[in-house]
Write a protein that binds this ligand. Structure first.
Ligand code: ADP
Ligand code: ADP
Length: 224
């Protein structure tokens, strides 16, 4: 069976219109899936459901055959606003999740340095977040999530606040990170270019919160 299974998922916010309508799709281990669609179609809501942030919905969302009801360490989420601690250093920010997990000091140190190296910020280990550029903050947010080694990486429009040039660089970096770490990744985006560049599969949502199409990118344009 697939890693993630959505069946007949529908959702509406309290006292509000229907946001998601009968969503069905599957995600395989190591797949990179983009959820693409116009603003307001329910992309973030769908990602939040998969993350377990919203416990009430109809239909079924299963990860490894277990019903999603709450957040869990198997899913790492990078928020649109990054949610970093601005006055703390890169090191402290990346270390945070490991402390929550109860890793030892030695293990934390090794993992933090390794991951910060991987995102190319070793020189900035002791810099406060507030002193970094947007692209660097984005790398820290990614590192902080990846360092906890989630099975599934969930990204909500991670590049939307960046200028076009930085966005291109970060997209390349995410592409190679995904290839190196082979981590199942779900990206929410409203950029067709971004989705086509990064994804194995695109789940295209229509304005009324239905799956309009599921597009297999691999078959159409082999990359390597
Ligand atoms: P997208 O990510 O595709 O832009 P969202 O999932 O953010 O779409 O939002 C889908 C719809 O749900 C929009 O109409 C939005 O205004 C509404 N919405 C989003 N969050 C909430 C909320 N917390 N309460 C009520 N309505 C919401
Ligand atoms: P996105 O950029 O992902 O579409 P938005 O900018 O629409 O998100 O929403 C930003 C925040 O406001 C989110 O936390 C969302 O849950 C909340 N929100 C969006 N629309 C509504 C709404 N109609 N009622 C209440 N909260 C909302």
């Amino acid at each position: 069976t697939s890693l993630v299974n959505l069946e007949k998922v529908s959702f509406q916010y309290k006292n509000d219109l229907q946001v998601l309508n009968n969503i069905n799709f599957k995600i395989e281990q190591e797949e990179f899936v983009s959820i693409l669609g116009p603003s307001g179609c329910g992309k973030s809501t769908l990602l939040n459901l998969i993350a377990g942030f919203i416990p009430y919905y109809t239909g079924s969302i299963k990860i490894e055959d277990k019903q999603v009801k709450m957040p869990s360490e198997d899913r790492g989420f990078v928020f649109q606003d990054l949610a970093l601690f601005p006055w703390l250093s890169v090191y402290k920010n990346v270390e945070f999740g490991l402390k929550m997990q109860g890793d030892s000091k030695t293990s934390r140190d090794q993992k933090v340095r390794g991951m910060v190296e991987l995102v190319g910020l070793t020189k900035y280990l002791d810099y406060p977040i507030s002193s970094l550029s947007g692209g660097m903050k984005q790398r820290v947010a990614l590192a902080r999530t990846l360092v906890t080694e989630p099975n599934i990486l969930l990204l909500d429009e991670p590049f939307s606040a960046l200028d076009a040039q930085t966005r291109d660089v970060l997209q390349e970096e995410l592409f190679s990170l995904h290839n190196n770490l082979n981590m199942t990744t779900i990206l929410v985006t409203h950029s067709i270019d971004e989705a086509v560049f990064l994804s194995d599969t695109i789940v295209l949502l229509s304005k009324n919160g239905q799956v309009k199409d599921i597009i297999d990118i691999e078959l159409e344009s082999p990359r390597d």
